[in-house]
Structure formats: structure tokens, C-alpha cells
Ligand binder design. Structure first.
Ligand SMILES: *[C@@H]1O[C@H](CO)[C@@H](O)[C@H](O)[C@H]1NC(C)=O
Ligand SMILES: *[C@@H]1O[C@H](CO)[C@@H](O)[C@H](O)[C@H]1NC(C)=O
Ligand SMILES: *[C@@H]1O[C@H](CO)[C@@H](O)[C@H](O)[C@H]1NC(C)=O
Ligand SMILES: *[C@@H]1O[C@H](CO)[C@@H](O)[C@H](O)[C@H]1NC(C)=O
Length: 431
């Protein structure tokens, strides 16, 4: 399909309803404890890294003081192992009293005072994955109410210790229960990841109606293998899962591990670039107190964030898979712009990949191109061959802006996309 046709078709298809809580019209951004801090509850031996209120206030301080918040990273999200092993005498969830002595409302206030939001974790089932009290069907209303009273802003609902039928009932019930509290609480559903991530078991239309985001696939680990495995799954299944995404409803390939131990600089750029192409939630799971300036500059790349946060909410696609190991990804953006990522699976040396915008099915005309990671700009005619040098396991990422009228005129002329070049020479730069 031609890119412009694809874009128009996708914009029209956004008639599908999203969960009607007004939240997450662009992919959520923030920080989530799990991948980096797991279920470390040993506050005696490891006070800086254990799951405790200090960890979350530390991260909140860094988010608000080190430029993260201003770029959109506003969620501070608790994951598993926050609660006491027992519900309270009224049957309600309660935080571990030793590790969260101020309680969750105090933590929520701490976030709100700094313009941040607090996310919490629960599990549709008898226990959480870490063995803490879960939320079985008969506790859904009570737990939703508790989270709302605590002034929590987001809930991630995991799916350990429940069966298919309980999940089928529980995930929609929690959506209703959150709505009934009257507090806008964003809702992240791990449901599809427990059902293999694909139809017929997973109904993406339904997910878009009840959840703001959902985990389609397994947990990310701190390794390149894990990142590559996730990339392959998401783009191999792009025709199925891509159309499910849009404002208010997002596929979630899991946390950013940039700033941890498993990725090289090139691989870190690859994760950032392809998460932006996928319109993925950007939840970092790293230690913002000690993060390197190199990792920070990748995560704080304004153009990559702008691409991720594009208001159209179109989930990008893999266009090309070359035998050479080069893959090209593309995302349609608002203002008639687009993003391109050239990725190398090679393991030898930087590869000089030659192509042109017309080979990538761009309509004829002049384009302005900005390299996202070097900030270098240039102007390019669709038919002009260019060469990008792509490092092993790395990317070159472009923000491409186009003279838009051209696309429309050609679309209106009966969809003949390969129409004449813009004779008026109008290559207005949109950046
Ligand atoms: C609850 O749902 C209704 C309609 O579906 C919506 O208008 C309302 O904003 C929702 N409220 C909250 C708090 O999510
Ligand atoms: C998927 O969910 C939608 C919306 O809830 C529903 O209308 C549709 O029938 C479901 N599709 C299947 C195959 O169950
Ligand atoms: C370009 O469009 C043609 C015809 O629709 C299609 O066969 C080809 O795969 C497309 N190429 C890319 C890179 O999308
Ligand atoms: C984008 O293109 C559309 C039609 O192709 C045009 O109507 C619109 O003015 C363009 N937008 C901008 C910001 O140039």
C-alpha cells in the first residue's frame, strides 16, 4: 500500500472507541520500578535500592529536577512487592508498613506537589506474581475504590494466578470499577500477554475500549537479546496489533532499559528509536540517580520524544526487511511529517545502505530531513539516492517533513500517488 493511502486509511479508522477516561491521548511517559529494582525488599541491607517510599521519592526528585518532567516523563510507577502480605482488618490492600511508613496517599501527594503522577500495581488473580495479595473478582470494586481514595493516577493490573475465564471477567470489571470511582485512573492491562498476544484469544477492539495500554508480550530483561526479541515480535505482528493503537489506547512493548547494564550506546538508540516508531509508552526502568549523561541524552532526545508523542497516535511499521540485515521502519506523523528508522541486524561493521525516498514509496517532491541523533539537517528529493551508514545493532533515525499540499493534490486526483513532481517548486519546510 502507498504510504499516503495508508496514512489516510489509518486516520479514518480511528473511529474505533478508546477507553473514555480522557487519559493518555499520547503515549504515557515516566518511570516504572520493575525491570531495574524488581522485588528487592531488603531495606536493611540495600536501603537505596529496595522497594520503599524512598525509592519513589528519590526518582520523583530526579524527574522533577533533572529535566525529565519538562519533557513529559511524569508518571512514577510502583510495581510488584509494595504491599503488605496481608490485607487490613477491613479486607483492603495496604502497603508494607515498614517500607511505606507514610502510606500511599502521602506518596501520591508528593508526586502531585511536583506536577508528577503516581502509578500503582495490582494483579487480577489470587496473588501477584511476587506472591503478594492479588485482586480476585470479588475484591475488584474494593481495590479500585482504595486506589481512588489514595489519589493514585494509574493502575497496572498484572495477570498471575488467574485463569482465562477469570481474566475475561476481571479486566473489563476493573475498567468499570475504576470508572465508577469518578477519579480518572489510567489503566494498564497485562491481559493479552497472558493470552499469547494474538487473536482469536486476544480481542484488540475490546482492549481499546477498556484499557489505556496493554502489555502484549513477555517481560523485558536487561539484555539486547530481549530487546531484539520484542522488536521482532511487535513488527512481525504489526498488521494485527498496529491498528489497535491510537490516542488513549496503546500497545506496550514494555519498559525502556536505556541507562541500565545490558545495552551499548547504539543498542540504546535502537530501543529509543523503535519505541518512538511504535508509539510505545516510554516508561524508563533505570536508576535516575546514577544514570550516565550518554543514556540521559538518548532518553531526553527532544525529536525522538516528539516523534513518540505525535498526536495522530499512528503506530509505525516495518517497511523493508533486506537480506543484508538492514530493516527500514516508518511512522506517519501529523503536519504531514514522518519518521524513518534504518536499523542494522549485522554484526560486522557499519553498513552503507543505499536507497531513496521514492523506493520507500514517498510521493514525489522535496523533503527536509533531520537526523534525530546528530541533529544534522538536509534537503532531499524523493528520487535522489542517499546512503546511510548504520552501525551493527544500531540505527539511523530521521524526522522527515514534507511539502504537504503535494500529497493532498495527488490523493484528490484519483489517488495517483506517483503523479508529477510539484511544478510550482513549492517545497515549504514544515519543521
Ligand atoms: C466514565 O465513563 C464515562 C462514559 O463512558 C465517561 O464519560 C467518564 O469520563 C468516565 N469517568 C472516569 C472517571 O473515567
Ligand atoms: C471483540 O470485542 C468487540 C467490542 O467489545 C465486540 O464487538 C466483538 O464482537 C469482539 N469480537 C470477537 C471476535 O469476539
Ligand atoms: C511500495 O508500494 C508497492 C506497491 O504498492 C509495494 O509492493 C511495495 O512493497 C512498497 N514498498 C515499500 C517499501 O513499502
Ligand atoms: C498537510 O497536508 C494536508 C493535505 O495533504 C494539507 O491540507 C495541510 O495543510 C498540510 N498541513 C500542513 C501543516 O502543512
Amino acid at each position: 500500500m502507498h504510504l499516503a493511502v495508508l496514512l489516510v486509511a489509518s486516520v479514518l479508522s480511528v473511529g474505533t472507541l478508546a477507553l473514555d477516561n480522557g487519559l493518555m491521548r499520547t503515549p504515557p511517559m515516566g518511570w516504572l520500578a520493575w525491570e531495574r529494582f524488581r522485588c528487592d525488599i531488603d531495606c536493611d541491607q540495600d536501603p537505596k535500592n529496595c522497594i520503599s517510599e524512598n525509592l519513589f521519592t528519590d526518582m520523583a526528585d530526579r524527574l522533577s529536577q533533572d529535566g525529565w518532567k519538562d519533557l513529559g516523563y511524569v508518571y512514577v510507577n510502583i510495581d510488584d512487592c509494595w504491599s503488605s502480605k496481608e490485607r487490613d482488618e477491613k479486607g483492603r490492600l495496604q502497603p508494607d508498613p515498614k517500607r511505606f511508613p507514610g502510606g500511599i496517599p502521602k506518596l501520591a501527594r508528593y508526586m502531585h506537589d511536583r506536577g508528577l503522577k503516581l502509578g500503582i500495581y495490582g494483579d487480577m488473580g489470587t496473588l501477584t506474581c511476587g506472591g503478594y495479595p492479588g485482586t480476585p473478582l470479588d475484591k475488584i470494586k474494593m481495590d479500585a475504590q482504595t486506589f481512588a481514595e489514595w489519589e493514585v493516577d494509574m493502575l497496572k493490573l498484572d495477570g498471575c494466578y488467574s485463569n482465562e475465564i477469570e481474566q475475561q471477567q476481571g479486566y473489563p470489571l476493573m475498567s468499570k470499577a475504576l470508572n465508577a470511582t469518578g477519579r480518572p485512573i489510567a489503566y494498564s492491562c497485562s491481559w493479552p500477554a497472558y493470552q499469547g498476544g494474538l487473536p482469536p484469544k486476544v480481542n484488540y477492539t475490546q482492549l481499546g475500549e477498556i484499557c489505556n495500554l496493554w502489555r502484549n508480550y513477555g517481560d523485558i530483561q536487561d539484555s539486547w537479546d530481549s530487546v531484539l526479541n520484542i522488536i521482532d515480535w511487535f513488527f512481525d505482528n504489526q498488521d494485527i496489533i498496529g491498528p489497535a493503537a491510537g490516542p488513549g489506547r496503546w500497545n506496550d512493548p514494555d519498559m525502556l532499559i536505556v541507562g541500565d547494564f545490558g545495552l551499548s550506546t547504539d543498542q540504546s538508540r535502537t530501543q529509543m528509536a523503535l519505541w518512538a516508531i511504535m508509539a510505545a509508552p516510554l516508561f524508563m526502568s533505570n536508576d535516575l540517580r546514577t544514570i550516565s549523561s550518554e543514556a540521559r541524552s538518548i532518553l531526553q532526545n527532544k525529536l525522538a520524544i516528539r516523534i513518540n508523542q505525535d498526536p495522530l497516535g499512528f503506530q509505525g511499521r516495518r517497511l523493508v526487511k533486506e537480506k543484508s540485515g538492514i530493516e527500514v521502519f516508518w511512522r506517519a506523523l501529523s503536519d504531514n511529517a514522518s519518521a524513518l528508522v534504518f536499523f542494522s541486524r549485522r554484526t560486522d561493521m557499519p553498513y552503507r545502505y543505499k536507497t531513496s525516498l521514492s523506493k520507500l514509496n514517498y510521493t514525489s517532491g522535496y523533503y527536509k530531513v533531520v537526523d534525530v541523533f546528530t541533529q544534522k539537517g538536509s534537503s532531499l528529493k524523493d528520487s535522489e539516492d542517499f546512503v546511510v551508514s548504520v552501525n551493527p545493532t544500531g540505527v539511523v533515525m530521521w524526522y522527515v517533513s514534507a511539502p504537504a499540499q503535494l500529497n493532498l493534490r495527488q490523493f484528490q486526483n484519483g489517488g495517483n500517488m506517483k503523479g508529477p513532481a510539484d511544478r510550482r517548486g513549492d517545497h515549504r519546510v514544515l519543521l
